[in-house]
Design a protein around this ligand. Sequence first.
Ligand SMILES: [Zn+2]
Length: 298
Amino acid sequence: MRELVGIHEQKDIDKLVEKILRDLGRPEPPLDLKMVRELLRLDRKYYSSTDVGPLAEFAHRIKVAGKRLAEDPSVILEVVKKAKLSGLWLPDDRKIFIDSEVPELKHRWIEAHEITHSYVPWHAEFLLGDTELTLNPACHETIEAEANFGAGRLLFFGPQFSLDAKDCSQSFKSVQTLKARYGNTLTSTFWRFIEDRDPGRATFGLISDHPRSSEINPAPDGSGVHHFITSIAFRQLFPHVTAVEIYAMLKRNISRSRRGPVVSGNDVLIDLRGEKRIVALDGFCNTHQVLTMGWLPP
Ligand SMILES: [Zn+2]
């Protein structure tokens, strides 16, 4: 998702996050989103398929293909579901809306995402523009990627997470420690740990099913892989290595156990010069998914 966010936009969003943290008096993690909402004077509301009422406020603002929708909130719900949105942001009323049918674990991320739409000034212009609820797919994708980038920077305190992660060892245990400290999901903490702990060290993260236990987290496409995350250095040293190859590596190294540490030891990857490189592995199963990290030991 980061590739979609331009360097300048990343810098601008970092500055905006920095200002929020400063205005909050530099709190310690975890970030209290209620304080952020109060600071930014935002109102939070929930909607669901059985309670579309809150969406009525959108009815007179949303145009689809140049036409206004009927003032029927259930039509809006349909549009929202089709656009795969889990939340909404209404700039002129400073309100954010969250789909309460999304698992609660994800609400924090959705809220931070919608909050980001509110503090990134060019998002308001965009949402208030002619098409209002963004329907240009390319544009929409960029705006959404920026909101996800901002959500990550906010929930992980800008540059602070990467500094904290560097103080911890390269291990799954560190991810758990940082998850507790920042109060974010295991998945998002794992993701940030792989990308941000040390972008100069070749590191990958694989979020997958359990190759020896078919009922844990099966992937819809049958590949077993849900996400393949890599550091900048990994992409430079192993540009040809795919998620499929890493999944095969996982298969060679995973135990039958379905809970706790399930992967450890070393394996080998061939780098772009054709040289064999030792990769250290550490993986964990939380009974819902397997999270595996691999890195080149120093
Ligand atoms: Zn969004």
